[in-house]
Design a protein around this ligand. Structure first.
Ligand code: GTP
Ligand code: MG
Length: 195
């Protein structure tokens, strides 16, 4: 994918703020600090368009990035950050579940998992929501540069097992550091939105 344009559009707190131009949306969910914003930046070849946060758990909005006037990346707030209050956690859950359930423009959900770690309870909950609402899902195992090549397969297997992943869901090995998996992920995205 040749990137000709990439712009930050809005931090949306309420559904009425979501864009109205009906472009397909590719959303990213994952734990706080897992590398969602870095993944977007690598996909669009920008150093810092998606804000990589120094304050985890802060952002409780959906950040919309428009690419080539043809798709949006929708960056979810990270979950699982310990210092977030129970009330905030519930608000987060409601916002995300509502988006996944109601947002017709959502064409593909990327579930971002740190390849080094077993998926958390929150990851499992998120994955189960996606399956429940029948959302096309791609599991992205990121930070691949952090473990030796020889361990990739074993870790991918562990992630699939813990999530009880549907064998039809694609799993992409990724690194925002090296760009590994970038072309493959663009293929998954373009195939999904063209069908
Ligand atoms: P929140 O917005 O707080 O939920 O975090 P996030 O998921 O957007 O993570 P972010 O992209 O801000 O990355 C968190 C940290 O991980 C940063 O220090 C990144 O540089 C680092 N990081 C992200 N992806 C990779 C990767 O593929 N490899 C390595 N080595 N570091 C990464
Ligand atoms: Mg982020």
């Amino acid at each position: 994918m040749k990137i000709t344009q990439a712009d930050f559009i809005i931090s949306a707190v309420q559904p009425h703020q979501y864009p109205e131009d009906a472009l397909p949306e590719i959303a990213l969910a994952g734990r706080s600090n897992v590398g969602k914003s870095s993944l977007i930046n690598k996909m669009i070849m920008r150093k810092n368009l998606a804000r990589t946060s120094s304050q985890p758990g802060k952002t409780q909005q959906l950040n919309y990035y428009r690419v080539n006037d043809s798709i949006y990346f929708v960056d979810f707030p990270g979950y699982g950050y310990a210092k977030v209050s129970k009330t905030q956690r519930e608000a987060f859950g409601q916002m995300i579940e509502r988006y996944i359930r109601d947002r017709k423009e959502l064409k593909l959900q990327l579930l971002i998992i740190d390849i080094r770690h077993e998926p958390s309870k929150d990851d499992q909950l998120m994955y189960n929501w996606l399956k429940h609402y029948n959302i096309p899902t791609c599991i992205v195992a990121t930070k691949a540069d952090k473990i030796p090549k020889g361990k990739w397969d074993k870790h991918i297997k562990m992630i699939k097992t813990t999530l009880q992943a549907d064998p039809r869901d694609k799993v992409v090995l990724y690194s925002s550091e090296t760009g590994q998996g970038r072309d493959e992920l663009w293929s998954v995205i373009t195939e999904t939105i063209s069908t």
